[in-house]
Design a protein around this ligand. Structure first.
Ligand SMILES: [Cu+2]
Length: 120
């Protein structure tokens, strides 16, 4: 038979350790779940945002690669704008890191000496 003193020691020294381990695990698990949730939410937000911020412009008046460079430069002079200008298609695709009004995009292009016949 195990003497009661040893049983008491067992309770005092073993049980708290066991409890702490579980508490620690629960805490880690909660952290992990929260992190997964926030990552998922962020991914959803990014997807939603990406849908909103690609715009396609039809440019009028581009004749050569210098014109392409001018239009690209004009569009990218705006903060948070990346532009891909296509001479053959007479178009520009802009990616915005934050919403920018169509009028603002049109203005920089027309200021550079080109026309915008459509923006979507
Ligand atoms: Cu040109």
């Amino acid at each position: 038979m195990i003497p009661p003193v040893i049983l008491l020691f067992h309770k005092v020294f073993k049980s708290p350790a066991k409890f702490d381990k579980k508490a620690c695990y629960d805490k880690e698990e909660k952290k992990r779940v929260a992190l997964t949730k926030s990552k998922k939410k962020k991914a959803e937000e990014t997807t939603m945002f990406e849908k909103r911020i690609k715009k396609h412009l039809i440019i009028d008046g581009m004749l050569c690669r210098h014109c392409v460079a001018s239009v690209t430069e004009a569009l990218e002079s705006l903060d948070g704008v990346t532009a891909k200008v296509n001479l053959k298609k007479q178009s520009a695709t802009v990616t915005l890191t934050h919403p920018i009004a169509d009028d603002t995009l049109i203005k920089v292009v027309t200021d550079a000496g080109f026309g915008v016949t459509n923006i979507a």
